[in-house]
Design a protein. Structure first.
Length: 758
C-alpha cells in the first residue's frame, strides 16, 4: 500500500512522496499534489466507510480496486478554509516557477531582458488588472462588481460609366488628376518602438517630428508615400492643389517600415473601478451615433447574466469598446490608455480569425476600423473594414428572408450591424476619394427601426411601432438613407467624365434634395433635440454640405484660376452653391463648438468638415484678394482659425491644420485677424514640443496682409500640385493632355491669366 501511495503523489498522509535517498531536490518540485477532496468519494459515502479523501483515488478504493469518483462542485465553496488553501497553492506555484527559472541558462532568460528594455511607466498603476476574458466578481446577492483584467465589389452605377455626349471639353478633365505617382502607394502604419507611449501619460499623438504626416481625415497628406492612394474627392486633393511644390518633398520610409521590428507591447492595467466607466463612456458618447451594439445585450453579457457569445471574439469586442470609450472621454490628447487597450484587442486577432465568421467578430472589426481611422491609421482601418464587409456578407447580413423564424430583436440587431458597417464603408470611400465598394445592388435588408430599447427587447414577439421622437437609432437610419440616395453624386464626381454644372445641379435636386425632404422632422437640421443627440444631428448636416462642396468645387477652382467671371448660368450657380455651403459649414461648426460639450469625437468630425470647407475661401482669397467678397473670405478664414485653435486640446491634428491655413492665406490677413486666429492665445504648450512651437511661431513669421496682389504661382503650377494623388493606372500627364485646361477655359475664348496653353 505504501508503495502504491507513492505513485499516487497526493497530499494525503498515506500518499506522500518518499523522502529517502537523494530525493531532496526533487521533493520541492513534485511535492505539489492536488491535495485532498472536500468530501468523501461516492463509493465510501455509499458504503459509509471512512474515506481519507485522497486525490485522485482514495486509499480504500485503491485497496479494494473500486472506481473512485468525486462529485464536482458546481461552485467553489466560499469559505475561509478554501481561500487559505488556494492562497497556499498559489504561493507554492510561484515558488516553483521561481525555482524553475533558475535552471534556465542566462542567455535564454528573455524576461530579464524585457525588464531592462522597457522603462518604468511614468505613473505607476494598480497591481489589479483589467481582463474582459475573466468573470466579474459578484457581491450582495449577485450584483456585478467592477471587472478584473489580467495583463495581458459592388456593381458600379450605370450612370457613372456613360460618356457625356454634350460636354466634350469636360470629358478628359479628371484625367488631368490621374497621372502616375512619383512613388508607389505602399504604406506602413506600424506602431513605433516607444513602449512608454502606451502609458496614460505617454507620447502625445502627432508629436513625433520625424514621422510622416498621416491623418485619418485624409486632408493633410501631401505625398502619396505613406498615405496610400487618396482620390480627387479627398481633402488632400485641394490642399495639394494649393500648396507649393517646395513642401511636397518625398518623405522617407517610416522607421517601422525600414526596420521590421516590433517592440514589446505594454499591457493595459487600469484600476478596477474604471472598467465600467469605459463601457459607460462608449455608450454615452459613441453609441448614439453608431449603434452597432445592442446596449442591453452587451451589458448583460458583460455581467454574465447571459452567456458571452463566440468565446474570444467577444473579448476582442469588449477591448475595442473599452478603447473607444477611453478615447472619446479623454480630456486631453496626452491620455493614451486607449492605445494599450486596442493593442490588447489587436494582439488577439490572429490569422485563425480568418477561418471563423460570426456577428460578434463583424462588430469588433467594424469598430476597430473606425477607431484606427480616428487614431490616424486610415489604411489599417480601411483593411479592417474590408474584412468586416466580406464577413458580413458571408453571414447574410445583407438579406432578409420571408418566413424566417428569427426574433424581432435579433433581426433588428442584424440590420443595425449591416447599416452601421455601410455608413462606415461609404464614408471612408468619400474621405479617401476611393471608389465605392459597398454593394448597392443585391441588398435586401430594411433600415433600422426608430424605436427605443425598452420597446424592443429579447422577450418581444412582434415588431413595435416606430417612435415619432429621436432615438439612439435615428442617426444611423438617417445617414444610411442619405448614402443610398446620394451615392451616384459621388460616383459621378470621381469618374473620368466630369459632369457639367447642369448635370450636377439636376443630380443634386434629384438626390440630395429628395433626401432632405424625407428626413423626419424630429431629426431635421432645425429640430431642437436633447443634448446627447446634438453631435449626431450636427454631423449629418455637415456631411450633407460636405458632399455639395465636393461636387461643386471644380467650378470654384476654374473660376479662381481663370480669373474671369463665368458666363454660363449653371456654372455661376454651381460656384455660388459651393461657396455658400462652405460658408454655412464654417459657421455651423464654429457655433456648435462654442455651445456644446467638447470631446474628441466631436473634435475629429468638426475638424474634418471644417478644414475641407475652409479650403474653399482659401483658394478664392489666394487668387483674388481684391475681390468684392474677399472681406467675407477673410472673416471665414479667421473664424476657421479660431475654431481650430480651440480644438487643439482634443485633436493634435488641429495644430497642423491651423499651420497649413496660415501658410496658405496668412499673408492676406491683417494683424488683428491673425491675432484672433492665433494658437498662442488659446493654448500654452510646453516649450520642448517642436511641432507645436512651429505652429505657434507661424503667426509671428507671417507678414501682415501684403496688399491686393494674388499668389505668385501660375495656374499650371497650382494644378500640378494635385498630381501627388493620381490614379495608379493613369497614363496622362498635364503636359500631354489639354482636358483640364479645356475645362478651365470653358465658356471663354481666351486663355486664362498666367497660362499660354499646353
Amino acid at each position: 500500500m505504501e508503495q502504491n501511495s507513492k505513485l499516487m503523489g497526493t497530499d494525503a498522509p498515506s500518499s506522500q512522496l518518499s523522502r529517502s535517498g537523494g530525493a531532496g531536490d526533487v521533493e520541492s518540485f513534485f511535492d505539489l499534489s492536488i491535495g485532498a477532496s472536500e468530501q468523501a468519494c461516492k463509493e465510501c459515502r455509499r458504503r459509509k466507510a471512512r474515506c481519507n479523501r485522497a486525490l485522485p483515488t482514495c486509499d480504500l478504493c485503491v485497496k479494494y480496486r473500486r472506481h473512485c469518483l468525486y462529485e464536482k462542485h458546481a461552485r467553489t465553496p466560499l469559505t475561509r478554509r478554501h481561500l487559505t488553501e488556494v492562497e497556499t497553492r498559489l504561493e507554492r506555484t510561484e515558488a516553483l516557477l521561481r525555482q524553475m527559472r533558475t535552471l534556465v541558462p542566462p542567455h535564454l532568460r528573455s524576461w530579464e531582458r524585457q525588464a531592462i528594455a522597457v522603462p518604468a511607466l511614468p505613473v505607476p498603476l494598480s497591481d489589479e488588472s483589467f481582463n474582459f476574458s475573466s468573470k466579474p466578481q459578484r457581491e450582495n446577492g449577485g450584483a456585478v462588481n467592477q471587472m478584473s483584467l489580467g495583463p495581458r465589389t459592388p456593381a458600379p452605377s450605370m450612370h457613372s460609366s456613360h460618356p457625356l455626349n454634350n460636354n466634350d471639353m469636360n470629358n478628359d478633365s479628371q484625367r488631368m488628376l490621374e497621372r502616375p505617382p512619383d512613388t508607389d502607394f505602399e504604406w506602413s502604419e506600424k506602431d513605433p518602438i516607444h513602449p512608454h507611449a502606451l502609458s496614460p501619460t505617454g507620447t502625445v499623438e502627432g508629436k513625433e517630428e520625424d514621422s510622416p504626416i498621416s491623418d485619418g481625415m485624409a486632408s493633410l497628406a501631401v505625398s502619396e508615400r505613406e498615405a496610400g492612394y487618396l482620390g480627387v474627392a479627398s481633402g488632400a486633393a485641394l490642399l495639394r492643389l494649393l500648396e507649393s511644390g517646395a513642401r511636397r518633398q518625398p518623405s522617407p520610409r517610416s522607421q517601422a517600415d525600414q526596420h521590421d521590428v516590433y517592440g514589446l507591447t505594454a499591457q493595459p492595467n487600469p484600476n478596477r473601478h474604471v472598467a465600467e466607466s469605459m463601457i459607460d463612456a462608449y455608450f454615452q458618447r459613441y453609441h448614439i451615433s453608431y449603434p452597432i451594439i445592442h446596449e442591453p445585450t452587451f451589458r448583460a453579457q458583460y455581467s454574465e447574466v447571459i452567456p458571452r457569445p463566440n468565446g474570444p471574439c467577444w473579448t476582442v469586442l469588449a477591448y475595442v469598446v473599452a478603447a473607444i470609450g477611453v478615447w472619446t472621454s479623454a480630456t486631453t490628447t496626452a491620455d493614451t490608455l486607449d492605445l494599450a487597450l486596442f493593442s490588447q484587442a489587436r494582439s488577439m486577432l490572429t490569422f485563425n480569425y480568418l477561418e471563423v465568421g460570426n456577428l460578434t467578430l463583424v462588430q469588433a472589426l467594424t469598430l476597430a476600423s473606425n477607431y484606427q481611422q480616428k487614431r490616424d491609421k486610415p489604411n489599417s482601418g480601411y483593411n479592417y473594414l474590408g474584412l468586416a464587409t466580406r464577413m458580413a456578407m458571408g453571414l447574410g447580413l445583407h438579406k432578409e428572408f420571408q418566413g424566417w423564424k428569427i426574433s424581432p430583436l435579433n433581426m433588428e440587431i442584424r440590420r443595425r450591424v449591416w447599416w452601421t458597417l455601410g455608413i462606415f464603408d461609404i464614408g471612408a470611400s468619400i474621405t479617401f476619394g476611393r471608389p465605392n465598394v459597398w454593394p448597392y445592388q443585391g441588398v435586401e435588408v430594411a433600415f433600422p427601426l426608430n424605436v427605443e430599447d425598452r420597446d424592443l427587447t429579447a422577450a418581444s414577439k412582434s415588431v413595435p411601432r416606430e417612435s415619432s421622437q429621436v432615438t439612439p437609432y435615428s442617426a444611423v437610419t438617417t445617414q444610411a438613407r442619405f448614402h443610398m440616395i446620394t451615392y451616384e453624386c459621388y460616383d459621378r464626381v470621381i469618374s473620368k467624365h466630369l459632369p457639367t454644372a447642369e448635370q450636377l445641379l439636376r443630380l443634386d435636386a434629384e438626390t440630395i434634395g429628395k433626401w432632405q425632404a424625407s428626413v423626419p422632422g424630429y431629426f431635421s437640421e432645425q429640430a431642437v433635440l436633447p443634448h446627447k443627440y446634438a453631435m449626431s444631428q450636427a454631423v449629418m448636416a455637415w456631411r450633407c454640405r460636405n458632399l455639395r462642396v465636393i461636387m461643386y468645387r471644380p467650378f470654384v477652382i476654374r473660376k479662381a484660376l481663370r480669373k474671369r467671371e463665368e458666363t454660363d448660368e449653371a456654372s455661376i450657380k454651381a460656384y455660388e452653391r459651393c461657396l455658400g455651403e462652405a460658408k454655412a459649414t464654417i459657421h455651423m461648426i464654429a457655433k456648435f463648438w462654442s455651445t456644446n460639450t467638447h470631446d474628441r469625437l466631436a473634435a475629429w468630425y468638426g475638424l474634418y468638415f471644417l478644414f475641407q470647407a475652409a479650403l474653399i475661401p482659401c483658394i478664392c482669397l489666394r487668387n483674388d484678394p481684391a475681390h468684392e467678397l474677399s472681406p467675407d473670405w477673410r472673416a471665414q478664414i479667421t473664424t476657421t482659425l479660431k475654431t481650430i485653435a480651440a480644438m487643439v486640446p482634443f485633436n493634435t491634428s488641429s495644430i497642423r491644420c491651423h499651420q497649413t491655413i496660415l501658410e496658405l492665406c496668412g499673408r492676406f490677413l491683417d494683424e488683428q485677424q491673425l491675432e484672433e486666429g492665433s494658437l498662442s492665445s488659446r493654448i500654452n504648450p510646453p516649450s520642448d514640443e517642436g511641432p507645436v512651437d512651429a505652429a505657434m511661431d507661424t503667426t509671428t513669421n507671417t507678414a501682415s496682409w501684403a496688399g491686393d496682389g494674388p499668389v505668385g504661382e501660375s495656374p499650371q503650377t497650382q494644378i500640378n500640385g494635385v498630381f501627388g494623388m493620381m490614379w495608379a493606372n493613369g497614363d496622362i500627364s498635364m503636359e500631354n493632355d489639354a482636358g483640364w485646361m479645356e475645362f478651365l477655359r470653358a465658356g471663354s475664348d481666351e486663355p486664362f491669366a498666367g497660362f499660354t496653353g499646353p
